[in-house]
Ligand binder design. Structure first.
Ligand code: GN1
Ligand code: MG
Length: 357
């Protein structure tokens, strides 16, 4: 195991780290709380960043410092309305241990809570508000950020990977997937057409968060008011439609992402309206007309991409996503496809809601 007390002491903390203990069970990073000077209240968050998923942790930390510095200059409470990066004692934004692991520290925001699930329209509204506030605060940040994960929501790049996967057929599964593959192919031109509008600059480039689930927003424990977006590891420059799309994919699903009973899966219009209501209350006047027109479609784009990514991983022999049973990625593919068709059927109604807001 890592000597986490020693690692914490490599950072420019205010006080000596006296108690360092694990927090949660993240799938990607390992997270710890750090208490100082004998207190039992957390003062800092220490994380071992997964450098397989994030090959360039120094650049990731640079992105985070730039954006949080920008936000701090604009908010009433800079200590609580965004993350505060704590550098190592040598001034770097990370500490690299003897085994090549990268570690980073932020301050612990006291008196904050987060929700693990958006299980009601009110939570969906709060989540929409959280993303809307984040996008508003970075709307005037125009410096390009480093691309932390190559081609993350770039469907042109995903098709390059997809074509290679089908050609390689590494697990010998392609022969049984004619129908599922046709779900992808029949929409290829439509999705490329959307992405081309971004490539041409018709859709603006902005700071995107790229992991917009409700557990990535903090609220004040006493008042319930929104504090800030956290987990800024995947921030990049792209279209904000990636963020709204991924949020719609997760918040509006009446079933689970990997539901085996497809009758459970559909897009909830109530959750859509609640999420979008929260989001648009912050962003309505800052969106370009094209962005506003495409907000409802963004859910379809990202859900389609997720169908492709799950099916591609199944074709590859389950290499990227952790699976719990044989065929898990195919179950995910079918459940996300059901959600996609439900969104497609309700697109006119979603668009009418956004237009009328
Ligand atoms: C991964 O980090 P997590 O579990 O929220 C994935 C997302 C997928 C999601 C599907 C870096 O997200 O893009 O949509 O799984 N993140 C990465 O559940 O690939
Ligand atoms: Mg994440």
């Amino acid at each position: 195991m890592h000597d986490v007390n020693f690692i914490a002491s490599q950072f420019a903390l205010n006080g000596e780290p006296t108690l360092v203990k694990p927090l949660g069970e993240g799938f990607i990073n390992d997270t710890f709380t750090v208490c100082t000077n004998g207190s039992d209240e957390a003062d800092y968050i220490l994380q071992r960043k997964n450098h397989i998923v994030f090959p360039d942790v120094p650049e990731m930390m640079n992105n985070i410092l730039k954006v949080t510095t920008h936000i701090k200059a604009k908010v009433a409470d800079p200590e609580r309305q965004t993350l505060t990066v704590v550098p190592a004692k040598d001034g770097k934004l990370y500490y690299k241990d003897e085994d090549g692991n990268f570690w980073a520290v932020v301050t612990f925001i006291k008196g904050s809570i987060c929700y693990d699930r958006a299980d009601s329209p009110e939570k969906a509204r709060q989540g929409g508000l959280g993303l809307g506030v984040f996008h508003r605060l970075v709307a005037d940040f125009h410096e390009p950020l480093t691309e932390i994960i190559k081609g993350f929501h770039n469907i042109r790049w995903r098709f390059t990977q997809w074509d290679a996967s089908i050609a390689a057929d590494a697990a010998g599964r392609v022969k049984d997937l004619a129908e599922e593959i046709s779900w992808i192919e029949s929409r290829r031109a439509q999705m490329l057409n959307f992405w081309e509008r971004f490539e041409k600059g018709e859709i603006p480039t902005r700071v995107t968060h790229n992991d917009t689930k409700i557990s990535n927003f903090l609220f004040d424990a006493a008042s319930g008011e929104l504090l800030c977006a956290i987990d800024l590891d995947t921030m990049m420059s792209s279209t904000l439609l990636n963020d709204t799309g991924d949020a719609l994919r997760s918040y509006t699903n009446t079933g689970a992402e990997d539901d085996q009973n497809l009758d459970n899966v559909s897009m909830s219009m109530d959750m859509f309206k609640a999420y979008m209501g929260g989001y648009l209350s912050e962003m309505k006047d800052l969106l370009s007309p094209v962005e506003k027109d495409l907000l409802a479609f963004s859910g379809i784009y990202i859900t389609y991409e997720q169908v492709l990514r799950f099916l591609m991983d199944y074709i590859d022999g389950d290499k990227y996503y952790k699976t719990k049973y044989e065929g898990h990625n195919l179950v995910r593919t079918k459940a996300q496809y059901k959600l996609l068709t439900s969104m497609e059927a309700q697109l006119p109604e979603m668009e009418a809601f956004v237009k009328g807001f």
